[in-house]
Write a protein that binds this ligand. Structure first.
Ligand code: TUI
Length: 314
C-alpha cells in the first residue's frame, strides 16, 4: 500500500517518510537502509570533517540506488565546505537545521538538489518558501536535539495555512498513529528521528539503543535555553549538570561542558556524561528492528488508522 503525496512525487520515494538527519547517528548505513525501504534516508553531516562526508555520500551510493539526502547543520563552522562536498558529489535532497540556508539556495537549485529546510516557526517557513524551498519540514519541540518553541500539534496546521509547498511534520512522530495525525493536520509527509535510532542498521552504541528502549514518558529534558540553542536529551548526569548551569546563566561553562558530548554518547556509549539527544517519542520505541520494517509497519498502521477514522459517521 502507499500514500502518494506531493512529497513522494517531489523526492521520487515510495513512502512519505524522511529519516531525521541526526549528527553522529545517521550514517550511510542507516540512510541507505531507509532509502532501500522506500523512505528518504539522510546522512547527518553535523560537525563531520568534509572528507568524511564525501566518503559517507559515496558509501551510501554503493549501498542504495534509491534517492537519499544529507542534513546540513548550519551552525557548524565549516558549513561552506560541507555544502561544497554536497554540491560536488551530488545527492537527491538536502535537509537543513539550526538556521537559514538562504545563502546556498541558488547553488542547490543549480545542481538540481531538492531543498527541505527545517523550520520551527511560521515566519521562517514563509521566508524559506519565498527563496525557493521545495518543501518545509516543520519541527515541533517534542523532537530530540536542537528545538524551537512550538509543539508539532500547533505548528503544522499553521505552516500548512501559511505556505503552498508541501509541509513535512517532525517531532513526536514514531508510529502510524502519529503519522495519521500529521496527515490530519495537513502534512504530506513525516520526518522520524528517534525511532530510527533503534533501527538495526543504525550504528550508534548499543547501550544508547537500550537506553531509548527503556525510556519512559517524562525521561527527556531541554537544556541550554540560556545559550539560545535549547537541546532535548534523555536525562542523565550531564543533563543535570547542564540544567544547573542553565539556571545560573553560566553560558560559557555550559557550552564548554556540552562540547563533544554527542559523540561521547553515540560513539562511546557513555550514558552518564554523553549528550543523549532523543525526542519525547523515545518512550514509544519498543524494539530494535530493520529500518525497512519500521517503514512498512508505520505505513500499515497509518493506513489502518486513517481507514478507521474515515469510517461511517455517527
Ligand atoms: O537542527 C536540528 N536539530 C539538531 S542540530 C543539533 S547539533 C547542535 N548542537 C548544539 C547546539 C545546537 C545544535 C542537534 N540537533 N533540528 C532542526 C531545527 N532547526 N530545529 C530548530 C531549527 C531552527 C532554529 C532556528 C531552524 C532555523 C532557525 O532559524 C533561525 C534563523 O536563522 O532565522
Amino acid at each position: 500500500m502507499a500514500i502518494p503525496t506531493r512529497l513522494t512525487e517531489l523526492l521520487d520515494i515510495q513512502h512519505p517518510i524522511i529519516q531525521g538527519g541526526m549528527a553522529w547517528t545517521a550514517t550511510a548505513e542507516l540512510a541507505a537502509a531507509v532509502s532501500n525501504g522506500g523512505g528518504l534516508g539522510i546522512i547527518g553531516a553535523g560537525h563531520m570533517p568534509t572528507e568524511i562526508l564525501r566518503v559517507e555520500i559515496r558509501r551510501a551510493k554503493e549501498l542504495t540506488d534509491r534517492p537519499f539526502g544529507v542534513n546540513l547543520m548550519l551552525l557548524t563552522p565549516h558549513i561552506d565546505e560541507l555544502v561544497d562536498v554536497v554540491l560536488s558529489e551530488g545527492v537527491h535532497a538536502v535537509t537543513t537545521g539550526a538556521g537559514n540556508p538562504g545563502k546556498y539556495m541558488a547553488a542547490f537549485r543549480e545542481s538540481h538538489i531538492r531543498v527541505l529546510p527545517i523550520a520551527p516557526s511560521v515566519a521562517l517557513a514563509k521566508r524559506l518558501e519565498s527563496i525557493g524551498a521545495d518543501a518545509i519540514i516543520g519541527e515541533g519541540m517534542e523532537a530530540g536535539g536542537h528545538i524551537g518553541e512550538l509543539t508539532t500539534m500547533v505548528l503544522i496546521p499553521q505552516l500548512v495555512d501559511a505556505v503552498e509547498v508541501p509541509v513535512v511534520a517532525a517531532g513526536g512522530i514514531a508510529d502510524g498513529r502519529g503519522m495519521a495525525a500529521a496527515f490530519a493536520l495537513g502534512a504530506e509527509g513525516v520526518q522520524v528521528g528517534t525511532r530510527f535510532m533503534c533501527a538495526q542498521e543504525c550504528t550508534i552504541h548499543p547501550d544508547v539503543k537500550d537506553r531509548i528502549l527503556k525510556a519512559r514518558d517524562r525521561d527527556t529534558i531541554v537544556t541550554g535555553y540560556s545559550t539560545g540553542h535549547p537541546v532535548r536529551v534523555l536525562k542523565n548526569r550531564l543533563s543535570r549538570m547542564l540544567e544547573d548551569l542553565d539556571r545560573d546563566n553560566k553560558v560559557e561553562e555550559l557550552e564548554e561542558l556540552g562540547s563533544g558530548k554527542l559523540a561521547l554518547a553515540m560513539r562511546e556509549g557513555d550514558l552518564d556524561m554523553g549528550s543523549l539527544m532523543a525526542g519525547q517519542a523515545a518512550a514509544m520505541v519498543c524494539e530494535i528492528e530493520p529500518a525497512a520494517d519500521i517503514l512498512t509497519s508505520m505505513m500499515a498502521e497509518a493506513e489502518e488508522t486513517m481507514r478507521h477514522l474515515g469510517g461511517p459517521s455517527r
